[in-house]
Every structure is written in C-alpha cells, then in structure tokens.
Write a protein that binds this ligand. Structure first.
Ligand code: AMP
Length: 145
C-alpha cells in the first residue's frame, strides 16, 4: 500500500526517444525539453512535453528544473491551441501507476479540446504516422513564426 517510488530506467521508451534511438514526431525542442506527438492521442493534436533531465515523474524532478519545463509546456500548449484551432487545452500529468502513469519518464500531456467532443480513452488507440506527422508540422509551423 502507498506510493511505491520507481527507479529511473534508462531504457524507458521516452529515454530512447530523447537519445534519438526511437523515432518520434517532434514538434519542439529546446536545451531542456522535447515535445512530440502522442502515438495514441486522446484528442486530435495530443502532444507530450518531456524534460531532458532524467526524472520518473513530477515527484522526482529537482525543483530547479521545473520553471523551464513549465514554461515550455506553456509554449507548446499555446502553439497547439492555435495550430488545431482548438477551443481549449487540457494539461494532464500522472504520477505513479495508480494515477495512470504508464511511461516512467516525466511528461505533460497537452490535449487540445474541441467544444462538445469527449476524449477517447488514455493510451488506447494508435493513429497513423502520416496523420501524426501532418499534425506535428502544423505545430512546428506555428512555432516557427
Ligand atoms: P502516461 O500514462 O501519462 O505515462 O502516458 C504515456 C503516454 O505516452 C500515453 O498517452 C501513450 O499513448 C504515449 N506513448 C507511449 N509510447 C509512445 C511513443 N513511442 N511515442 C509517443 N507517445 C507514446
């Protein structure tokens, strides 16, 4: 019972993406952050923002890294809103298996919301690579302005 702290695993899927060993549909990169399309989006345009620093989740990251990370979350959330002409944007973040965390490298979910549309289930349905790439390009275009 209780929260069971997980050791950071260098072979988690996001660590591999950050090292460039596994491909992703990148939308944004800074010195400290990488943002890429979620393979199983809960709404069109679902993006993940991950810090480059190794941290299991929000409970684990040094506080000094948080300010930059949340600033990048804001940059990507604003860009997603504009790129997808969304009506709103939800930002989610899960800590621990019981809370819905499935990948144990910290990430924020940027989920564009469309009036009257409900979200699909978390990490349930994969979307085509071509669709994800087109969506990533829309966000990159907004960020390039
Ligand atoms: P969480 O449950 O908060 O840990 O979320 C993990 C998220 O990562 C889910 O929304 C998955 O759809 C997504 N995901 C898993 N593997 C990949 C991958 N290789 N590339 C992009 N997104 C992924």
């Amino acid at each position: 019972m209780g929260y069971d702290a997980v050791q950071y695993d260098d072979n988690n899927i996001f660590a591999k993406i950050l090292r460039g060993e596994v491909p992703c549909h990148k939308v944004y990169e800074s010195e400290r952050t990488l943002a890429f399309m979620d393979l199983m989006p809960q709404s069109p345009g679902h993006i993940l923002v991950a810090p480059k620093v190794k941290a299991v989740n929000l409970l684990d990251i040094p506080a000094k890294n948080l300010q930059d990370l949340i600033a990048d979350v804001q940059i990507v959330a604003r860009a997603a809103l504009e790129a997808f002409s969304a009506d709103g944007v939800s930002v989610f973040q899960f800590n621990g298996e019981a809370a819905g965390q499935t990948v144990f490298h910290l990430h924020f979910h940027i989920v564009p919301r469309y009036a009257g549309e409900v979200l699909t289930h978390h990490a349930s349905e994969q979307v085509g690579e071509d669709v994800l790439e087109q969506q990533a390009e829309r966000v990159r275009t907004v960020l390039a302005r």
